[in-house]
Design a protein around this ligand. Structure first.
Ligand code: GH3
Ligand code: MG
Ligand code: MG
Ligand code: MG
Length: 321
């Protein structure tokens, strides 16, 4: 993981010093034809320029156009440039596109408000070709750097909280998630349940069929869990062949039903292994619910573990709450 990170950073630094695409697409929003044609003439050959003459069209194009930069010209009665800037900033899809205002002398206060709202830079009329091109290029470079930084950070965070074998969350993430769900449940007096799922005789699977077969069982199990739980339930691989599911807004009795359904989803259909082989797998499930006022995430985990131990002692392939 360390090396991947280092490579990402090297890549970032490289992206910063070298250029990006040859003619990046940009959007020019200007309701005034002479002013529009003048700017268009300055930029042709440098950039691929699309045009919008009013705000609604500009928004639609900005959402779909994949633009590297948007130029918004003031001085039309057709639309309010600052309102457009605010809208572009409010939309997830367009937020990261840099905006450059094209304004007239005397509009400095207006431009300042635009910079506070969402615009990244501005030029004053009469527009100087070299300056406008340089400012656009600077914004495009900055955007490319930010985009790469953001996706690199997202990848790093994802790696830190994901179990590489199964793709579900890892124990580190469970700890922080369970803490916050626990406090949320207590503060709002909402139920919260926790389920531990442990594969029965997993050591036998590993010893008899090999570690790779064991890994396939874990992957398939993670898939079956993902398919049979709600989006707000959090699935995590807690250790070897143990999975934990955190179920917000779920009473113990309902969690028990979920546990039964999952136990069935595992036991009722054989797991497929490499080479067309298949394997009957069962799991035991231990469940606990939050106890208001006198409880902690650690206590919840402990109670679920005790329940799991009972399920094993009673013969496995069962749910105990
Ligand atoms: P029980 O029914 O009591 O749960 O029996 P069990 O064999 O499942 O329990 P035990 O805890 O004794 O064995 C778990 C085994 O899981 C031990 C270890 O070899 C194996 N294991 C742990 N992590 C992994 C992994 O990432 N991949 C594979 N294939 N096996 C693992
Ligand atoms: Mg065990
Ligand atoms: Mg086991
Ligand atoms: Mg175990």
């Amino acid at each position: 993981a360390e090396t991947t990170n280092d490579m990402d950073i090297a890549e970032l630094l490289h992206a910063r010093s070298s250029g990006t695409q040859d003619s990046p697409p940009i959007l020019l929003v200007d309701a005034n034809q002479p002013s529009r044609d003048a700017v268009l003439g300055m930029l042709s050959g440098e950039f691929v320029v699309d045009i919008a003459v009013e705000a609604q069209d500009a928004l639609l194009r900005a959402i779909e156009g994949g633009y590297e930069c948007i130029l918004v010209a003031t001085g039309s009665s057709e639309f309010d440039p600052l309102r457009l800037c605010a809208q572009l900033h409010a939309l997830e899809r367009t937020r990261s596109i840099p905006i450059i205002l094209i304004a007239s002398p005397g509009e400095e206060r207006y431009v300042l408000r635009g910079l506070e709202l969402a615009a990244h830079d501005y030029v004053l009329r009469p527009v100087v070709q070299m300056e406008l091109i340089a400012r656009i290029r600077t914004q495009i470079r900055r955007k490319s750097y930010n985009d790469r930084l953001r996706s690199s950070v997202a990848r790093t965070v994802e790696m830190a909280i994901t179990d590489p074998l199964t793709g579900v969350y890892n124990r580190r993430y469970l700890d922080s998630h369970l803490q916050s769900q626990f406090h949320r449940a207590q503060a709002r007096k909402r139920p919260l349940s926790l389920m531990i799922i442990d594969v029965d005789r997993f050591k036998w699977i590993n010893d008899q069929l090999g570690h790779a077969a064991g890994d396939q069982v874990l992957q398939e199990l993670a898939l079956r869990l993902q398919r049979n739980l709600r989006g707000k339930d959090l699935i995590c691989r807690f250790g070897g062949e143990e999975f934990i599911v955190v179920m917000p807004d779920t009473e113990l009795a309902d969690a028990f039903k979920v546990g039964e359904r999952i136990r069935g989803q595992i036991a009722d259909r054989p797991f497929s292994l490499d080479g067309g082989k298949s394997l009957q797998v069962t799991a035991s499930v231990g469940i606990s619910g939050v106890k208001p006022f006198e409880d902690s995430p650690e206590e919840m985990l402990k109670r679920a573990d005790v329940a799991l131990y009972k399920a094993k002692a009673q013969g496995r392939n069962r749910v105990v709450a």
